[in-house]
Write a protein that binds this ligand. Structure first.
Ligand code: NAD
Ligand code: GLY
Length: 369
């Protein structure tokens, strides 16, 4: 039995380039042909995916495209992992697109996690000065975060996401059924971003997460995850719509991220999942906010308890705190001489603080030992 039509939520996001409909639900691939036609996606399609995801979901997407009378060009499939978000994979992808004869009327289908979405979206942004693409995110992180908002890009040896473009997808289809095959640590990885969104601006969702924290990662309680994901997507869509190019409130989405990037860099990339680092970063930001008397310690304790309940880390792995603070201060140089941090004020609101001292950063990190 297919889920009722109402099980599909459609959130239209207004981008400068047009509307992107973010569609969320469980077992919703059968809606894809209709969604493609309603969103005027015609021409031929090229699926971009990593090997793991291609093996699991490419045949189903091929069928959807065929049912929509869309010609499927040969797919581009790459090695899974962050390393593929590189110039060399991008170059191979662009050559593939040229070889298959993709035209400006054709579109790319980014089928996979955030790596696939960022890579395929960036290729679509520069191929023939920009062609359409759709996102079919298959990790919770990609469904909650990276498939929404049009940030695309690749890494380079000097840093993550240094090369990229804002290029909004035409459609994002977030099917929670794909999470059935996703390892538990990646469910928790995405949950960290959902918790982050609740701290930024959705106290009700935070309470919901507290209530179901022990169940939400279990496959038999997908309805709880679906509720939280939809709430999170809704808030992200609202923020992106108000500030697409991150000149204002979209910065809020970086809550915990300056700490997280520095922690990831200090401990060595790949040792922690990004969501795990975001959990630690969010807590460090909370401790800093308490120190500055911006936030009540009770709220930070609530964040800590929720992270523990869902199985995210709340203590730093063995590492040198000074290395982390140095990393953050290096980041400072990149940002016009100021270290800008997003800090929680309470569950549901955040604020932006400039010029935080190294001392305070280190004190906050020490609280996580
Ligand atoms: P990922 O794309 O590498 O996916 C993680 C792993 O899960 C991969 O090995 C993949 O093969 C596997 N996988 C994906 N879906 C699966 C499924 N349904 N079943 C089984 N295995 C599956 O990583 P990610 O965590 O999804 O994304 C991380 C990337 O997202 C980073 O590069 C980050 O910079 C980027 N990101 C971008 C934005 C944005 O706004 N553009 C936001 C947040 C993160
Ligand atoms: N993930 C942060 C953003 O989309 O702005």
């Amino acid at each position: 039995v297919k889920p009722a039509e109402t099980d599909v939520s459609i959130l239209p996001v207004n981008h400068s380039s047009g509307i992107c409909n973010v569609v969320t639900g469980t077992d919703i691939f059968h809606h894809i042909p209709r969604l493609l036609s309603e969103n005027n996606l015609e021409g031929s399609a090229c699926i971009v995916s990593d090997h793991t995801v291609a093996q699991l979901y490419e045949p189903a997407i091929q069928t959807c495209l065929a049912n929509a009378n869309i010609v499927t060009l040969p797919s581009f499939v790459f090695r899974p992992g962050e390393k593929s978000k590189s110039f060399s994979t991008l170059k191979r992808l662009l050559s593939h697109m040229i070889k298959t004869g993709m035209s400006r009327n054709d579109f790319v289908v980014a089928l996979g996690g955030g790596v696939t979405g960022d890579l395929a979206g960036f290729a679509a942004s520069i191929y023939m000065r920009g062609i359409s693409y759709i996102q079919v995110p298959t990790t919770l992180l990609a469904q909650a975060d990276s498939s929404i908002g049009g940030k695309t890009g690749i890494n380079c040896p000097q840093g993550k996401n240094l090369i990229g473009a804002f290029h909004a997808p035409r459609l994002a289809i977030c099917d929670l059924k794909t999470l059935d095959t996703l390892p538990l640590n990646h469910i928790k990885n995405g949950l960290a971003e959902i918790i982050k969104m609740a701290v930024i601006g959705d106290p009700e969702c935070f309470i919901f997460l507290e209530k179901y924290a022990g169940l939400i990662t279990h496959p038999e309680h997908r309805d709880k995850l679906e509720y939280a994901l939809k709430a999170s997507c809704q808030l992200k869509c609202q923020i992106v719509q108000k500030d697409e190019k991150e000149t204002g409130i979209r910065t809020w989405l970086n809550l915990g991220h300056s700490f997280a990037h520095a922690i990831e860099c200090s401990v060595g990339y790949g040792k922690l999942l990004h969501g795990e680092a975001v959990a630690l970063g969010m807590l460090a930001a909370g401790q800093l906010a308490v120190k500055l008397s911006i936030c009540n310690p009770i709220d930070v304790e609530r964040i800590r308890s929720l992270l523990i309940l869902v199985g995210l880390p709340v203590r730093l792995p063995k590492m040198d705190i000074q290395t982390v603070s140095k990393c953050m201060m290096l980041d400072k140089k990149n940002r016009f001489g100021k270290l800008r941090l997003v800090l929680p004020e309470q569950i549901g609101t955040v604020t932006i603080i400039d010029n935080v001292s190294v001392n305070l950063i280190e004190t906050s990190l020490h609280k996580l030992i």
